[in-house]
Write a protein that binds this ligand. Structure first.
Ligand SMILES: Nc1nc2c(ncn2[C@@H]2O[C@H](COP(=O)(O)OP(=O)(O)OP(=O)(O)O)[C@@H](O)[C@H]2O)c(=O)[nH]1
Ligand SMILES: [Mg+2]
Length: 365
């Protein structure tokens, strides 16, 4: 899972990046953020993995991972005269599975008090603008090419044109590509554009230390008609600076800090859990003497697709899945014990994998 941190300049993206990754990337009140992104890969905390590792004592324990990418600020306050998301940034954010849009919720010497509603709208419009520019660029090109095309190629181009003409009026009304009702084929044709507003987005209010206890309440100010009420859109909050300190501590120091601030769960964990929800992702597990591992798949994925997350051969040669839900495995001490008791289910290719399933795939290659 890859998440890109975007936001207007000085909203605290790099601070939040450090909070989510335990990183030490340079934050700055003055200099414009550098163009090269900060990138870090972090383990998805999962107590089930730890517990299974205790049972199996495998050679290797592998958590699911999240890759965070933190880029320079976007918006009209950047040095660039062009509107929309600068080209140079697009290459870094366009591969992300979802966007974490950091919104300044703390007072800052230069910009003054937080302008939450204004910043949400500005950011949203920059994303819309960036996508609309791509659409407006592409449509006349297809129209010019069509008379010269024939057969399958013509058909594909017509479909693409149709899909683009479906999303253009939405973007013109400042609605995201996510709001479009596209057929699976249209969605596939548009995937190559990597539209920013097609990606799930979490607006993340970055509040100052003094508002630590009011995060939930303040995050409601992110809510904006036509923006946060759209499909696959969420709101959340983080006290970036405080959480950055927490993320950089370890062990007892960290526990003490969390207790002092009355924080039940560090933001790094809370935001990952929300990101899974935003993307509709779940985890299944595999166990054995060599490796205990968590895998990330979309909710609703069928058994062969889950097998494919491990290896494409597993998907191609899929025969059956032996499934023991995590709780059941723990109750009986091991996968083998559950199996002996007849509690291991044999599932076929139409089985919808559930979060926490411990799976052994049977396949032939
Ligand atoms: N009071 C307060 N200040 C913060 C918080 N988060 C960030 N800042 C300050 O805001 C300034 C900018 O923070 P950065 O994390 O560098 O912001 P950024 O969005 O990455 O900035 P650019 O990459 O330059 O756009 C720094 O001086 C931070 O210390 C916060 O939660 N509270
Ligand atoms: Mg930065």
């Amino acid at each position: 899972m890859e998440l890109a941190l975007i936001g207007l300049q000085k909203s605290g993206k790099t601070t939040v990046f450090n909070a989510l990754t335990g990183g030490h990337a340079q934050t700055s009140a003055f200099a414009g953020g550098k163009l090269e992104p900060n990138i870090a890969v972090v383990k998805v905390p999962d107590p089930r993995v730890e517990k299974l590792a205790e049972i199996y004592k495998p050679k290797k324990v592998t958590h699911a991972t999240v890759k965070y990418i933190d880029v320079a600020g976007i918006g009209r306050e950047t040095d660039s005269p062009e509107r929309g998301v600068p080209e140079a940034l697009l290459q870094y954010v366009s591969t992300a599975d979802a966007l974490l849009a950091v919104v300044r919720g703390f007072e800052d010497d230069f910009h003054g008090p937080a302008h939450i509603a204004h910043d949400v709208e500005t950011l949203h419009l920059e994303l819309i603008f960036s996508d609309l520019a791509k659409v407006e660029n592409r449509i006349p090109r297809i129209e010019r090419a069509l008379p010269k095309l024939s057969g399958k190629e013509k058909e594909q181009h017509q479909l693409e044109l149709h899909a683009l003409q479906k999303i253009k009026p939405l973007l013109e009304q400042n609605l995201p590509v996510r709001a479009a009702e596209l057929t699976p084929e249209e969605a596939k044709l548009l995937r190559g554009f990597q539209f920013l507003t097609a990606k799930p987005i979490m607006y993340l209010l970055n509040v100052g230390e003094k508002d630590l206890s009011r995060g939930e309440e303040l995050a409601r100010q992110l809510e904006a008609k036509g923006i946060t009420d759209q499909p696959r859109t969420m709101t959340a909050w983080i006290a970036g600076e405080v959480e950055m300190e927490i993320a950089q501590l370890e062990g007892e120091d960290r526990e003490a800090f969390l207790r002092d601030y009355g924080i039940a769960q560090p933001a790094s964990e809370r935001i990952i859990a929300k990101s899974y929800e935003l993307l509709g992702y779940i985890s299944f597990l595999t166990v054995g003497p060599d490796e205990v591992r968590a895998w990330t798949i979309p909710a609703g994925a069928l058994a062969p697709q889950a097998a494919g997350a491990i290896h494409s051969d597993f998907e191609r040669g899929f025969i059956r899945a032996e499934v023991v839900p995590y709780e059941e495995l723990i109750r009986h001490g091991s996968f083998a014990n559950a199996k002996k008791l007849g509690l291991c289910r044999l599932e076929g290719k139409n089985y919808v994998v559930q979060d926490g399933d411990v799976i052994n795939f049977l396949f032939s290659v």
